[in-house]
Design a protein around this ligand. Sequence first.
Ligand code: NCD
Ligand code: ZN
Ligand code: ZN
Length: 403
Amino acid sequence: MSAAPSYAQDGTMAHLPPLIDCHVHFREPGLEHKGDIASESTAAYYGGISAACDMPNTAPPTQSIAALADKVARATATAHADCRLFFFFGATAEEHLKELEELWTNPTHADLKQHCCGLKLYLDNSTGNMKSSVAVTEKAFELCGRLQIVLVAHCEQSQINDAAAAQHPYDGPASHSLRRPAESEAASVQEAIAFARQHRTPLHLAHVSTAQSLDAVRETRLADPTLPLTCEVTPHHLFLTTEDYSCCGARVKVNPPVRLPQHHEALWAGLLDGTVDCVGTDHAPHTLDEKNTAGQPPSGMPAIEVVVPLLLTVVAGRWPHPTAPRPTALVEAAQRGRTLRMEDIVRVLHTNPNRIFHLGEPSAPHRSFDLSCAWTVVGTELHSKCRWTPYEGWQLLGRAVSH
Ligand code: NCD
Ligand code: ZN
Ligand code: ZN
């Protein structure tokens, strides 16, 4: 552990090292009606996020060196000057893994490789339908173990999801949580960890949403302490539950789904006890028209502009959800003297993602946050192209200072 101060504070101003969102979908190329690199990196800037790792489920997907080079060129041309972008490679076929191996091992690509933060695998379909077969999954863990590439896994198990979906026909957004149950994520997490242990793969579990997933991380760390196993939680799983379908419907439909309050409690406990390494937003803009469709709306929601203010509000001792009670995990931790602190924000949004994804961001304070800024979230005033938010009307305390 480094003893260096992680942030500076004078009065109500906090100065933080570059905050990193290790899970975003900026939608370019191909899905620019939802968002693009310029709009979403601007939202990041106003949210106080200085670097973001973009996922490969674009159109075309980032599954070749050429597709990666195209994204890097687009980011160089249009990203907000104060938001650095990194890109995950994707793979649904063996030829994509060959491209990744070429990127990693051929010195010709050394510059491009600097912009690639790892491989993203979808173990079940999500937006973009990039589910990886068992054969490709096993080869991906082997390759990433051999070359020590960080493998980020979207863990849900398709057999369990398919069976649950057959049992619970789609019947509005709330049915989504029944159709993609907690056991599905838990089973997939176990499978991913088993592959990682076999191939010594650096494994990062994306958007974990269940108590069982965090228990699996704890157990594996005890059983196999040298395995580089890390995990992230999203703001929506920290601040929203199945109770929020009643107010927000399709806007809170996401993969993995929002969960029952017991999982929400476990995520807060895991954030405070250090089991959770990163908060990644899974910033996934869709248009309101898409969300309001009469059929099944797409999964995902935006968050990059509000994640830091949400956490700063908790650091300030307030619980921002307008109707749900403060999680018992937070109340009980506070009784033991453990509250969410500024150091936790730096840990989950700077130190850990910077280390896990080898981003080389400087650790000196860089961005200022006004901790006394009280504001109300209004979707149309945010900068994501989609112009809506699941946190509409929430009152937050703390905001990045922008110029
Ligand atoms: C993401 C998207 O829309 O790209 N959707 C989601 O529900 N989380 C894809 C993903 O992260 O699985
Ligand atoms: Zn995902
Ligand atoms: Zn995602």
